[in-house]
Design a protein around this ligand. Structure first.
Ligand SMILES: *Cc1c(COP(=O)(O)O)cnc(C)c1O
Length: 379
């Protein structure tokens, strides 16, 4: 099959087998359907409500098709292009259009595509939605100052509690169906941020005198970036408990994970182009699959593999890591501990690389990971 792009089906037990056989000089994503199935089951079985997938985290066909095959039918989309993408793989998908600022043309496209839930965070944007069919769900997006996330999601979108109260009242006046939504911030490792948001949501609904149809608790669920397996079940339990504690009549719950649903589904193998005593040059960097590491820090789950597919271990030392482009900012935010005997041609295999990685590859300077190999046996 073509090596430049697209899918290669590989009946392989591990990336090592593929790397030793093909010796790819370009970066390779490995899609692991089994791992996708495992994490999807944790959400679908464990979350006490509807699970939707935030497409922006990883819009690969493998992800969308994989989730549809596992029974997920509802998607959080932010643009007409994401709507079309989801519809192409799942014609009867439920689409939640949760980007609170839209051009007139985008509103029209959302209507044509049959989006069933629309988020808003300001009155001017709500008024743009006056042509929606009566009873359409409007999810008012609430923001609070909440610590605990890798970075602040309230910095761009969301209405403060008083604004959210006014918006909910106006939604009802317009004959639309009132819901609330929030996003606690990405990579929240405990349930504390959700608990605060749920308590505030109940208060906002009370002040508006509105019974919420649904409460969408956003994304923000953590993946394992080296701290250990995330305790999603503890967060689900905290959410269920907070809803019970703060609402007299509990709204139905919705979540929209991106990172946590997609991270485990892909690994990324990079090749060492050159080694110096204190530095190493790789064939991908911050303009490619590692774009978000500048904000999030480097992924700590990696192993080093030789050209014949054997593990390289031994004594480790930190090295500065440069990407392949000619831009001097193309270096990882922190040094990586790598084997002292690291050699040119070795591979670095990173796990948990499904989220905000493929979706952010730029192609700058002609680089950027394009190849996806599908693992079918294990992984
Ligand atoms: C990005 C985004 C998500 C997904 O966030 P994760 O932190 O990746 O889970 C969910 N909902 C909205 C509205 C978003 O913008």
């Amino acid at each position: 099959m073509g090596k430049e792009m697209g899918k290669e089906q590989a009946l392989l037990p591990s990336p090592e087998t593929y790397l030793a056989r093909e010796r790819p000089d370009d970066p390779v994503f490995f899609f692991c359907p089994m791992r996708l199935g495992q994490v999807a089951a944790r959400f679908l079985d464990g979350f006490p409500g509807l699970v939707t997938y935030a497409v922006k985290a990883n819009p690969s066909p493998e992800m969308i098709e994989g989730l549809v095959a596992l029974g997920l039918r509802s998607f959080d989309v932010a643009s007409p292009a994401e709507m079309a993408l989801v519809r192409a793989h799942c014609p009867d998908a439920v689409l939640h259009y949760h980007n609170p600022v839209r051009s007139g043309a985008e509103v029209a496209e959302g209507l044509t595509q049959g989006c069933t839930s629309w988020s808003v965070d300001r009155l001017s944007e709500l008024e743009k939605l006056s042509g929606l069919p009566e009873g359409t769900e409007i999810a008012v997006r609430l923001k609070l100052p909440v610590p605990g996330a890798a970075y602040d999601f309230g910095a761009k979108f969301g209405a403060e509690p008083a604004g959210a109260v006014a918006l909910l009242k106006r939604v009802v006046e317009m004959g639309l169906t009132p819901s609330l939504t929030f996003h606690p911030g990405t990579q929240c490792r405990s349930g504390a941020a959700w608990e605060r948001y749920i308590e505030a949501s109940a208060e906002v609904a009370r002040q508006a005198g509105v019974r919420l149809h649904r409460l969408n608790v956003g994304g923000g669920f953590p993946s394992d970036r080296g701290e250990g397996r995330a305790d999603l079940e503890a967060i689900f339990a905290a959410i269920a408990h907070a809803v019970e504690a703060h609402f007299d009549e509990a709204p139905q719950l919705v979540c929209e994970p991106g990172r946590a649903l997609s991270a485990e589904a892909f690994m990324l193998a990079l090749r060492v182009k050159a080694v110096e005593r204190d530095a190493v040059f790789l064939n991908d960097g911050i303009y490619g699959g590692m774009a978000e590491w500048r904000d999030m820090g480097s992924m700590q789950r990696l192993r080093v593999v030789t050209t014949v597919g054997l593990p390289r271990g031994g004594e480790m030392a930190p090295r500065i890591v440069f990407g392949p482009t000619c831009d001097s900012i193309d270096r990882l935010p922190d040094p990586l501990p790598l084997p002292v005997t690291l050699a040119e041609g070795d591979y670095l295999v990173f796990e948990g690389m499904g989220a905000y990685s493929r979706s952010l590859v730029t192609g700058f300077n002609g680089y950027g990971a394009k190849r996806v190999v599908q693992m079918t046996a294990a992984g």
